[in-house]
Design a protein around this ligand. Structure first.
Ligand code: DQA
Length: 149
């Protein structure tokens, strides 16, 4: 199984940006944790981060026919980007939306998520563990499909 984990703008600043909200661990800590988990589960994973909306669209498109699942935290583009929603719809790969913080308890402008219209599941407020939960979901889903259930 092949999974793509996408992080959007400012998530490269984890550990520095608003540690009271996002914690003190870095983006490298996050990718190390994801890679270790995936290795244990025999899943091939690519972690990708960009601050640019078009680059995120390109990365989603590149998953077409090559990945079995997408985990995506689009950062602030969650609340603004129809382009990311359309890219996910275009490739048709099962996807899970992840947010480190409890977005639903934050500002009004964070209450809209365009990609949520496509994603099978949304995980918020679990910190880095949310990414693991999302990968777990995709692995389980993939297993069910393989056995024809
Ligand atoms: C975030 C929440 C977004 O509102 C914010 O713009 C981010 C991070 C989260 O992981 O909690 O950059 O997606």
């Amino acid at each position: 199984m092949k999974i793509l984990v996408i992080n959007g703008p400012n998530l490269n600043m984890l550990g520095i940006r608003e540690p009271d909200i996002y914690g003190k661990s870095t983006y490298k800590d996050l990718t190390d944790m994801i890679e270790a988990y995936c290795e244990e589960k025999n899943v091939e994973v690519k972690c990708y981060q960009s601050n640019h909306e078009g680059a995120l669209v390109d990365e989603i498109q590149s998953a077409y026919g090559t990945k079995d699942g997408i985990v995506i935290n689009p950062g602030a583009y969650t609340h603004t980007s129809v382009a990311l929603l359309d890219a996910l719809k275009a490739v048709g790969i099962p996807a899970v939306e992840v947010h480190i913080s409890k977005v639903d308890e934050r500002e009004d402008f964070r209450q809209i998520s365009y990609i949520r219209n496509y994603c099978e599941k949304t995980i918020t407020g679990l910190g880095f563990d949310g990414y693991i939960k999302a990968i777990e979901y995709l692995i389980e889903r993939d297993g069910k499909n393989d056995s024809g259930n």
